[in-house]
Write a protein that binds this ligand. Structure first.
Ligand code: IVH
Length: 713
C-alpha cells in the first residue's frame, strides 16, 4: 500500500522509511525533468509539496534521513571533465565461447587445471551477459565513495555524481556487519521501454535519435551535468566485486545473494548448475527468451561457483580462467534488396547503403544494411570474413542479412537461384550525388590497385563535406582564427552565413549590409562580434603553407604544403601549375613530383582538386580576399639562393639529407630530378643518368668540392 496520502503524524518508522525513499526518487525525477529536460511534469506547487512533505518526515524521524536526501542536495553538479579513478583491483574482461562445444571445452579446461576427474561435481553459475557498461562502486563504512567506469581496466573515470542519480545504486548499504571496504561491480543499462520513451522525446524535440540502449546508457552515464544523467532512467545489476576488506561468502552465488541484501538489484535469471549439459540447455532457454526480456543481453556468463577454486584458477592476461561468456550467434534473415543509396561522408567518401524490404531480425526491424564500397557490390572482395566475395549484387536480389549486437546490419549472401531476369546491376556513380563533382578512386602507389573507396573531389564546394572542411580551414595548423572554432562553424553554416572558406572573409562586409547582425545573434554582443571580425582580418595575411594546408586537399599535409610553398612561392603560381597538370606525363606533374617528398599520390590528388571548377572558383575567391605570404628565402645573398639544385651520385663529405638542408638554408630549392629548370647538378662519384641528362641539357655541374667552394666553405 502506498503511504503517499498518510499524514506525517500517522507514519511509523517503517512506513516513514519507505515514504522517504519514494519521495527521494520522485523529487530526483522531477528535478531532472525540470533542469535537464525542460519538461516538468508537475506544477511548482505540487513539487513544493513533495519537498515540504520530505522535510516534515525528516524532522520527525531524523535517524531516517537518507544519505541522498533531496533536502541535502542543491541542484545538480556540472563538471568540466571527469577525474580519473584508479581501480584498486583491475576490471577484467571475459573470454568468449561461440558454441556449445566451446563451453564443453571450458569445463574440460577448468577440470584439467584443477585436476578434477569427470565424476567430480563442478558447480557453475549462469547469468545473462547484460549489454550495458560496467561500473565499479566503492563503499567505505557502508557509504558510496567512488563510482568509476571501467576505462582501460586499470583506470576509469570518476562518475560518482552521476551514479548517485541511479536509483538502483544504494548510497548506503543495507544491513549490519558491512565490511569497511566493499567494491561492487556490475552493469549500467537502459531498458527497451526507457530507450523508446527517450527517443519519442528526442523526436518531439526534433533532435537526432539514439541508436541503441547500450550507447545511450554509456552516453548518459558520462554526462558532465548530472541533471542529464538523472533524467535518464538508468538501471544497474550487480554481479561482481573488486576490493573487499572481508569476504561475506565463499561462493559466487553467496556473494551475489549478499549483494541483494545490501540493497542491489541482482539478475533474476541467475542460476547454478552441477553439470555442463544442463547448463547448456539453460543457455538455449535464455536464448529463446532473449527477445522478450526488457533489456538487451548478448550472451550468458558462466562462473565457477566455488571462490576457493576461482582463486586457484586465477587469470590469463586480461580475463579470469574461472569464467567465460557464451555469446549469442549473430541473427540472420533473408530479404529483398530494393535499392542502393549513396551517402557522402564528411570526408567525401561515397558509401553505398542497401535499402531492404523491411524485415524483423531478432525483434528489430531492419531496413538497410551497409555495403561498404563499390567492390563489395561487384563481389570483388577483400571483404574478408565470411562474406560473399565472387558474387555481384543486383537490385531485386534475395539477400541474407546479419545483425549482431548494435553493429550496422551486413549482407552475407545472395541467393543466385532466386535471381530472375528482373534483377538489375547497379551503376555506381562517378559523380558525387551531393555536389556533382567527380568522384574518383585513388590508385594506391604501392599496389597499383584502385582504392576501394570512391571519393568526391569537390572538397571546397561539396555540402556533405562543407562543415568538415571549414573546421579544418580554421583549425590550429591552418588559419587558426581566434574565436572561430567548431561551434561557430556549425552555427554559421546552419544559418547559411558561412558556407565555404571564402565566405569567412566576406563576413565583415556582408555583416555591415545585413539586417541580422552578428552582434545580435544569440550569445553574441558588440564586443565579441567586433573581436571575431578583427581576428578574421588578422589572418588576411597568411603564410602560404598554412593557406595550402587549410584547403584540406587529400594527401596535402603540413609538410607537403610547406614543400610546395617553398618551391612555388606564390598561390597563383600554384594554381596555374596545378591546373596545367594532365597526367603523369605532363611537365607540370613532373615538376611537382621533382619536389622531395612529393610523389604520384599527392600529384594525383592535387590534379583532381584543381580539375574541379568549383574548387578553383573558391580558391580564386580566397585569393581575392587574402594575401598568402611566401616563405622567406633565407640568406638571399648566397650564390645558390633561388636556384634549383639536384644532388646525385654518392656524396662523400655529407649525407644527402645534410646536403639538402644546407642548400635550403641558403635559399635554394632541392629537386629530385633534372629538367630544363635545374640550375645546378652536384654530382658525386657514380653519378649516372641525372648527370648525363644535365650535360645534355647544358645544366651546370659541379662535384662535391666544387659545391663547397661555391658556397664558400
Ligand atoms: S563478470 C572478471 N558478469 O561483460 C569478470 N560481466 O566481457 C568480470 N558483463 O566488462 C565480469 N554482464 O561489462 C560479468 N553477468 C555478468 C556480465 C558481465 C555483462 C560485461 C562486463 C564486462 C564484460 C566482459
Amino acid at each position: 500500500m502506498s503511504n503517499a496520502n498518510v499524514l506525517v503524524d500517522e507514519l511509523d518508522s517503517k512506513s516513514a522509511k519507505v515514504e522517504l525513499e519514494r519521495l527521494a526518487v520522485a523529487i530526483l525525477h522531477h528535478d531532472a525533468q525540470y533542469y535537464a529536460e525542460d519538461a516538468p511534469e508537475i506544477s511548482d506547487a505540487e513539487y513544493d509539496q513533495l519537498r515540504r512533505r520530505n522535510l516534515a518526515i525528516e524532522q520527525v524521524f531524523p535517524e531516517l534521513v537518507r544519505e541522498d536526501s533531496p533536502s541535502s542536495r542543491v541542484g545538480f553538479v556540472v563538471l568540466d571533465k571527469f577525474e580519473k579513478a584508479t581501480h584498486a583491483i583491475p576490471m577484467l574482461s571475459l573470454d568468449n565461447a561461440f558454441n556449445d562445444d566451446d563451453v564443453r571445452e571450458f569445463d574440460a579446461r577448468v577440470r584439467r587445471f584443477l585436476k578434477l576427474d569427470a565424476e567430480t561435481v563442478l558447480s557453475l553459475t549462469a547469468e545473462p551477459k547484460i549489454d550495458g557498461l560496467s561500473l565499479s562502486l566503492r563503499y567505505e563504512q557502508g557509504k558510496l565513495q567512488i563510482a568509476a567506469t571501467r576505462g582501460d581496466g586499470s583506470t576509469g573515470e570518476n562518475v560518482t555524481e552521476n551514479a548517485r542519480t541511479i536509483t538502483d545504486i544504494p548510497s548506503v548499504l543495507n544491513g549490519k556487519n558491512i565490511p569497511d571496504v566493499v567494491e561492487i561491480r556490475g552493469e549500467v543499462y537502459l531498458t527497451h521501454k526507457a530507450f523508446a520513451a527517450l527517443n519519442v522525446r528526442m523526436e518531439a524535440q526534433g533532435k537526432p535519435l539514439y541508436v541503441n540502449p547500450r550507447n545511450t546508457a554509456a552516453g548518459s552515464l558520462r554526462q558532465l551535468d548530472s541533471a542529464v544523467t538523472a533524467s535518464r532512467p538508468l538501471k544497474f545489476f550487480a554481479y561482481a566485486w573488486g576490493e573487499m576488506s572481508a569476504m561475506p561468502a565463499d561462493t559466487q552465488m553467496g556473494m551475489v545473494e549478499q549483494m541483494a541484501e545490501w540493497g542491489f538489484q541482482i539478475n533474476p535469471l541467475m542460476a547454478m548448475f552441477e553439470d555442463i549439459e544442463t547448463l547448456i540447455t539453460h543457455y538455449h532457454r535464455i536464448e529463446t527468451e532473449r527477445s522478450s526480456l526488457p533489456y538487451d543481453i548478448d550472451g550468458v556468463v558462466y562462473k565457477v561457483n566455488d571462490l576457493g577454486l576461482q582463486e586457484r584458477l586465477g587469470f590469463v592476461t586480461r580475463s579470469p580462467r574461472w569464467a567465460i561468456a557464451h555469446k549469442f550467434a549473430a541473427e540472420k534473415a533473408w530479404t529483398t534488396l530494393l535499392g542502393i543509396d549513396i551517402q557522402v561522408g564528411r570526408t567525401g567518401a561515397l558509401t553505398p547503403v542497401a535499402r531492404l524490404e523491411p524485415i524483423n531480425v531478432g525483434g528489430v526491424m531492419v531496413t538497410n544494411a551497409t555495403l561498404h564500397n563499390q567492390d563489395y557490390i561487384a563481389g570483388i572482395g577483400n571483404d574478408g570474413e565470411q562474406i560473399r566475395s565472387g558474387r555481384d549484387l543486383r537490385i531485386g536480389d534475395r539477400v541474407q542479412i546479419q545483425r549482431a549486437g548494435d553493429v550496422i546490419p551486413q549482407i552475407l549472401d545472395v541467393d543466385l537461384d532466386k535471381r530472375d531476369g528482373s534483377s538489375k546491376p547497379f551503376d555506381y556513380p562517378e559523380i558525387c550525388p551531393a555536389c556533382g563533382s567527380h568522384a574518383v578512386r585513388e590508385i594506391n602507389e604501392k599496389t597499383g590497385r584502385a582504392d576501394s573507396v570512391r571519393r568526391c573531389s569537390g572538397g571546397l564546394i561539396c555540402p556533405a563535406q562543407a562543415k568538415e572542411r571549414l573546421r579544418h580551414f580554421v583549425s590550429r595548423n591552418a588559419f587558426d582564427i581566434e574565436g572561430f572554432g567548431v561551434k561557430q562553424v556549425e552555427a554559421f553554416y546552419d544559418d547559411g552565413l558561412v558556407m565555404n572558406a571564402a565566405d569567412i572573409f566576406t563576413l565583415r562586409e556582408r555583416d555591415a549590409r545585413s539586417l541580422k547582425k552578428l552582434k545580435d545573434r544569440e550569445g553574441w554582443g558588440t564586443t565579441s562580434a567586433a573581436k571575431l571580425l578583427d581576428a578574421i582580418d588578422a589572418k588576411r595575411k597568411i603564410e602560404l603553407h598554412r593557406f595550402m594546408f587549410g584547403l584540406g586537399i587529400r594527401h596535402v599535409g603540413q609538410q607537403t604544403a610547406k614543400d610546395m610553398a617553398k618551391v612555388y612561392g606564390d598561390a597563383a603560381v600554384i594554381s596555374t601549375a596545378m591546373q596545367a597538370m594532365d597526367g603523369p606525363e605532363s611537365e607540370a606533374w613532373q615538376d611537382l613530383i621533382a619536389i622531395d617528398g612529393i610523389g604520384d599520390t599527392v600529384a594525383a590528388s592535387l590534379q583532381e582538386f584543381f580539375a574541379e571548377p568549383g574548387n578553383v572558383k573558391v580558391f580564386e575567391e580566397l585569393l581575392h580576399e587574402l594575401e598568402p605570404i611566401a616563405p622567406e628565402m633565407a640568406q638571399s645573398d648566397s650564390p645558390v639562393s633561388g636556384k634549383t639544385i639536384v644532388f646525385t651520385g654518392s656524396l662523400e663529405q655529407m649525407t644527402r639529407d645534410e646536403a639538402k638542408a644546407m642548400a635550403e638554408r641558403l635559399g635554394a630549392k632541392v629537386s629530385g630530378s633534372v629538367s630544363k629548370k635545374t640550375d645546378l647538378v652536384v654530382a658525386g662519384p657514380g653519378a649516372g643518368s641525372k648527370l648525363k641528362k644535365a650535360i645534355e641539357l647544358g645544366v651546370d655541374t659541379v662535384d662535391e668540392d666544387g659545391w663547397f667552394a661555391l658556397i664558400g666553405r
